[in-house]
Write a protein that binds this ligand. Sequence first.
Ligand SMILES: [Zn+2]
Ligand SMILES: [Zn+2]
Length: 253
Amino acid sequence: MAKEAEKLQRVIAADLHIHTCLSPCATLDMTPRKIVTEACAKGLEIIAVTDHNSAENTPGVIRAATETGLYVIPGIEVTTSEEVHVLGLFEEVDQAFAMQRIVYDNLQAGKNDEDLFGIQVVANEFDEVESINTRLLIGATSLNLSEVVDAIHRRKGLAVAAHIDRERFSVIGQLGFIPDDLDLDAVEISKRLPIDQARNRFKEYKRFAFITASDAHDLKEIGTGSIHIHALRAHVAELRQALKGTGGRRIEY
Ligand SMILES: [Zn+2]
Ligand SMILES: [Zn+2]
């Protein structure tokens, strides 16, 4: 027990919201290897890959991180029918891909306009182009907020309301409030708002765990927003406990 308590002193730096070159709005050098190299250089031990409405680059980043010690969470940033961004963070790529299937089945029809939004590159662990995704990933799904949260939970993921302090694409920006019955695992505060100010501004939502992350769209942004997890090891199960504040796990900023 004493030993466990000692180990819980371990503080793991995590940036849980990072886009890759698959997101039309991210830069093309957000490739798997470069992301991993940058994350390691910044001292991060956990990153989550959260592209808009797709998880197709999660295997490339996970494989690029093999033998680096960096733990990569396969994730997705889903756009709900209310145009709210919700992060789904999963333990396994298969779960993220299962979520991606329901997202693709319900994604706004149409093709990505590369000139307008940017190219959507699927890359492997060697930063080679595997394919170009032509879906309208920047679009919204026809799934509403609670459907998205439920779909994430059914696939054993953590559901996080993204950048709630921002006006655009956030639950508070779009709806004006967080519905009482919305079963979120955390709310994300953008890196622009210091966490103590966020706690004051969002007092009525103190029932939720607060996280912050970079929402990086280019390499230099990686790690510019992060949390510190007191846990035994870098793993989604530990993150889940830290968000709940159970088992001695907790989050610092
Ligand atoms: Zn977003
Ligand atoms: Zn984002």
